[in-house]
Design a protein around this ligand. Structure first.
Ligand code: HEM
Length: 528
């Protein structure tokens, strides 16, 4: 090519490049619109970011410098699968206040539980919870867990709250008993008779999911019958909760991923569980549900009654929401709590011997009544201690600081609308409350010591109870805690009372991965 032709070609290319660039900058082409939108987004995010850094004055608070610049840091911590230990290490290094994001502070002040998680709704849930909303078509419907507006939340909670009280949960005890009975039969047949090692952790998950199905709509999901997660619901729920935990650190990402209106890039849906729930609601509404026995009302029945008594609040969508809360908030959390009790008891042979002899002496029968099991001080101590060292939610329960800000016990000030919170895993290890061995599983701490007066013991337990944060606190406290505890006490009593159980590999520690819930692997046991 001659020099003239080359210059002409370069000139043409330059002109066309110049045109598209101008077009892009003026927003006259699709590329231009996209470039402009991205630039605008970058500018807005940067301005917000700079304002947060400059005006919130949080830069004075301790924490990793990178956390002051971006939420990607806490997103990364959650994705490591070891969130709770990373956070504990940060608190050990920086003290009770750790800055986790540009506008996020994690606190370890048990004395502030009542202030921050009270019943006055001064500290509102943050947008961490938005992504837990139910998405139906284009509509995003907050459920009881994710609702951030206190009035709307109270309206949702009121029609069903009474059915989860400590006395009301006893009405579903017969449904729970049926499932525990099946668990024992399966363990006898599949593991005791064959002397094969049993992955007890897996069976506890099958059992709690079946139990939640039974308590919700009088029919289990068949996980124990099939001996596996036959429809993938359990693993899908795990994935969904891992997604919620990570995306909650940077909630806007949810609109680009799971709630993306053009192409959804989220965790898989709970297809089969949704189908089962809808089928049950439909057959119950038609009055031809073969599994339902009116003498033992289940939760679906209670929710349908709530539709009659509170027609302005409860419609079919809300019934679905209530059912899904039972499934999603109640199965994994309860399973990991039961596993935690079993693991710590089995890892500590003295504790195991003591619990077994206590249970043996009482002749509780094949399945103890909840009232009997709850009244056993050593079982109670084991359950409470396992929940303390291994709380089912090991994530910061995020709230916005109120308009007047928050003054910490040491005088430091947290400005309004900062995301503040406490994490049960950290609070449950605070040495000011739990003494000099907070990391040790020691059920005896819940019992009166030989040299301790009754009044001193009562004072100590009062302090423990006041800072007990494993189920949250105040008006947003866990709705299903009594249901979860009923299952936990009964199953642990049934397993330890009935079998001679040993860890197949007693020297091996289990693997725990934590995003929202600390999930465990490696509770493989020999049952006799
Ligand atoms: C051992 C098992 C469980 C643990 C450790 C647990 C833990 C928690 C925690 C820590 C919260 C407070 C979250 C926050 O304030 O940010 C919570 C809330 C909640 N939990 Fe549970 N939970 C368990 C079982 C259940 C069960 C069986 C249900 C079934 C109904 C349930 C339903 C709920 C609901 C509806 C809320 C939201 C309450 C509200 O905002 O009004 N949970 N849970």
């Amino acid at each position: 090519m001659g020099q003239g032709a080359q210059a002409e070609s370069t000139g043409t290319w330059y002109a066309s490049y110049n045109d598209s660039l101008r077009g892009a900058l003026l927003g006259q082409t699709w590329t231009g619109l996209a470039v402009n939108a991205i630039c605008l987004a970058v500018v807005l995010v940067s301005v917000q970011w700079a304002c947060e850094i400059i005006f919130t004055r949080l830069w004075r608070l301790p924490g990793p410098p990178i956390a002051g610049l971006t939420n990607w840091y806490r997103f990364y911590l959650v994705r490591t699968g070891d969130y709770q230990h990373h956070l504990k290490a940060l608190h050990d290094k920086h003290g009770p206040v750790v800055r986790l994001g540009p506008n996020v502070v994690d606190l370890d002040y048990p004395e502030l539980v009542k202030t921050m998680y009270g019943t006055d709704n001064k500290y509102l849930k943050t947008d961490f919870y938005h992504n837990n909303s139910t998405k139906i078509g284009w509509n995003i419907i907050p459920n009881m867990f994710s609702q951030t507006d206190p009035e709307a939340h109270a309206r949702m909670r009121k029609p069903v709250a009474k059915h989860y009280s400590s006395s009301a949960v006893l009405t579903v005890e017969p449904l729970v008993d049926k499932v525990i009975d099946q668990l024992l039969e399966h363990l006898d047949e599949r593991f005791v008779k064959t002397a094969k090692p049993c992955d007890l952790g897996e069976w506890i998950a099958f059992c709690t999911w079946d139990m939640v199905g039974a308590a919700s709509f009088s029919e289990d999901f068949g996980y124990m019958a099939q001996g596996k997660d036959h429809d993938g619901t359990i693993s899908t729920a795990d994935k969904a909760l891992d997604y919620f935990a990570a995306i909650g650190q940077m909630p806007f990402l949810d609109y680009l991923l799971d709630k993306n209106p053009i192409k959804r890039i989220g965790p898989p849906h709970l297809g089969n569980a949704t189908r089962v729930a809808i089928e049950h609601i439909a057959t119950r509404a038609r009055g031809n549900d073969p599994n339902f026995d009116p003498k033992t009302p289940d939760y679906l029945q209670r929710f349908m009654e709530a539709k009659e008594t509170h027609p302005d609040i409860v419609d079919d969508g809300m019934i679905m929401n209530y059912v899904f809360i039972n499934l999603l908030a109640g199965s994994d959390t309860t399973a990991l709590t039961i596993r935690a009790v079993m693991y710590y008891v089995l890892k500590n042979p003295d504790v195991y011997r003591k619990l077994k002899s206590d249970l043996g002496e009482l002749e509780l029968g094949r399945i103890a009544q909840y009232s009997e099991a709850k009244a056993l001080p050593y079982l109670d101590a084991c359950v409470r201690e396992a929940i303390r060292v291994h709380p089912g939610v090991s994530m910061m329960l995020e709230r916005y600081a109120p308009a007047e800000g928050l003054t910490l016990p040491d005088g430091r000030y947290i400005p309004p609308f900062t995301k503040v919170g406490m994490n049960p895993f950290i609070i449950n290890r605070n040495p000011r409350i739990w003494g000099d061995d907070p990391n040790t599983f020691r059920p005896e701490r819940w019992l009166q010591q030989e040299d301790e007066s009754s009044s001193a013991f009562a004072e100590r337990i009062k302090l423990f109870n006041a800072t007990d944060f494993s189920f949250g606190a105040g008006s947003r406290m866990c709705l299903g805690r009594h249901l979860a505890l009923l299952q936990t006490y009964k199953i642990v009593a049934a397993l330890v009372g009935r079998y001679d159980i040993r860890l197949t590999n007693p020297d091996r520690d289990w693997e725990v991965t934590c995003s929202w819930f600390p999930r465990q692997k490696g509770l493989v046991c020999d049952l006799r």
